[in-house]
Every structure is written in C-alpha cells, then in structure tokens.
Design a protein around this ligand. Structure first.
Ligand code: ATP
Ligand code: MG
Length: 268
C-alpha cells in the first residue's frame, strides 16, 4: 500500500534528516514508529502523506509515486495525518468548520456532509464543542477535533504522530482503544509514539535512529533484541520486571493479551 524506496530528505539549509530509508506497509497493518527526539519520525510522517516529497528516492502509495502531481489528491485523502501539535493542524476557526473544510476539499456531496460531521464528532465525543473556536479548546480537545476532521475524510491509512501526547490518561486509553477499533475495521494504522507500553498492540515496529532504520520487526523481537536505552527509549515496566526475574523466552503472548485487554475496555 505504501512503499519507501531509498528515501532521503533534508530541510532547506539543513543536513540529511532521513537517509536511504526503505520499508513497506501492507494494507491492514498496525505499525509503531519509535525513535528519540529529532530522529526523523515526524518528517517520515509528512513524507507518507505527500506533505513533503523526497529529495531522493521514491515514496509510493498504491504503487504510484507521491511526486506525481496527478496522484497527490489520492495520497492526501488516502493517508490521514494527525499532527503532533494540534495547533499545526487547524486551518479554519471552528470545530465543525474544520471538518466541513476537509470534506469540501475532497468534493464530498453537500447532502452527505452534515451526517459525516456528526459521525466524526460523535466518534471523538466532541459533539458539545461543534461550534467552538480552536482557542476555546484545551490541547486534548483540539487533538480530538483534529482526529475528527481526519476520520471524516475516511482515509485508508491513518497516521497518528504522537497523538496521545496531550491527552490525560483516560483520553490516552480512549485513543488507543479507538486506534485498535479502526484497525479491526480494516484501516491501516500507524502510530508514532514515545510510550513503549503502546508498542505491543501493534504488529510491527520501526525504530528510527538519526534518520536511518535501526530495527524493523515484531514487538517481541524488538523488546528482546533492541538496546532501548541506547536509543533514548524507555524499557516498559513489564519488560523490566521480566528481565529482573530472569525470565526467558517470548514474554509477549501472555503480556500482549493483557495489554490488549486493557485497551479493549474503554474506561468509564
Ligand atoms: N521545518 C523544519 N526545518 C528545518 N529543520 C527541521 C524542520 N523540521 C524538523 N527539522 C529537523 O529535522 C530533524 C528531524 O525532525 P523530526 O521532527 O522529523 O524528528 P522527530 O523524530 O519527529 O522528533 P520528536 O520526537 O522530537 O518529535 C531534527 O533535527 C529537526 O531539527
Ligand atoms: Mg516528531
């Protein structure tokens, strides 16, 4: 569905931020992207939905390069990006307006727009704020509104760039629950996260280190083999306990179930 082929990127006057990055995402996957500050995660996210184009190499969505101008609309609609900082996301001056704006842009028929707006607001429990302006919302509420605007576009791949960073614990649990639900419904989900305890629910982990892929594999192998601390990542509590007890073998079958259970139960 999405393919990076030897992709490199640098900002206008800067050094290379991504170097020779290659990987593929299959339809229906749930992928986590991790890495220290400045390792290139958000840059990678923007390359995924055509907001940035590679300086060299190729990004393909549905086998067509994102650099193909005639394909860009399909890429932007197909890959929904939720930014790290919701202030970067808002274009209009109201929550509903923001959703409508996106839908008009992709030419959704007028008679369909009202229902799509209501559905999206309901999905993130933001109905009471339909008419609020961005400056009247908390950080977490802004993030929910941004998510509603992306969901309303019905993307096939949804990309969360640390979308839980501004949410309270309940909001974070709800968001993870929501990601899993979207994944179950057939969406391809990519989450960029600093929370290692959010990783086990995904099928696969990509670790970025100074613009290069340092690991690409399953969460089990990731926690078993990657030296997390040397990449400025936290070792999850469950893994530390496991190591402390001197346990061996795959820790995840049982542990993953428990994490999954925790996420499957939305908190009241
Ligand atoms: N608009 C920009 N102009 C110039 N340099 C930039 C720009 N955005 C990011 N960079 C640089 O690119 C590098 C990678 O940044 P990026 O935002 O992709 O990292 P990140 O992995 O998302 O980090 P974080 O965990 O802090 O979100 C950093 O060195 C950063 O300074
Ligand atoms: Mg980032």
């Amino acid at each position: 569905m999405l393919e990076f082929d030897q992709v490199s990127y640098h900002y206008r006057r800067g050094q290379e931020v991504l170097r020779g990055v290659s990987f593929r995402i299959r339809e229906g996957e749930f992928l986590s992207i991790v890495g220290g500050n400045g390792s290139g995660k958000s840059t990678l996210a923007k390359l995924m939905n055509g907001l940035l184009l590679p300086r060299s190499g190729t990004v393909r969505f549905d086998a067509r390069p994102t650099s193909d101008a005639a394909h860009l609309q399909a890429v932007r609609q197909g890959v929904g990006l939720i930014f790290q900082n919701p202030d970067d996301q808002f274009i209009t001056t109201g929550v509903s307006d923001e959703i409508v704006f996106g839908l008009e842009n992709i030419r959704v028929p007028a008679e369909e727009i009202g229902e799509r707006v209501r559905q999206a607001l309901r999905a993130v429990r933001m109905e009471p704020y339909a008419d609020s302006a961005p400056h009247e919302l908390s950080g977490g509420q802004k993030q929910r509104a941004a998510i509603a605007a992306v969901l309303a576009m019905r993307p096939r791949l949804i990309l969360f760039d640390e979308a839980t960073s501004m949410l309270d614990p309940r909001g974070r649990a709800d968001m993870l629950h929501r990601m899993r639900e979207l994944h179950r419904q057939g969406l391809t989900v990519v989450q960029i996260t600093h929370h290692m305890d959010e990783v086990p629910a995904s099928d696969r982990v990509l670790l970025l280190d100074r613009g290069e892929i340092a690991f690409d594999g399953t969460p089990d192998d990731f926690f078993a083999s990657a030296d997390l601390e040397s990449y400025a990542l936290d070792t999850p509590f469950a893994v530390r306990v496991h190591e402390h007890l001197g346990l061996t073998g795959s820790l995840s079958a049982d542990w993953k179930e428990r994490v999954a259970d925790q996420w499957n139960t939305p908190r009241k």
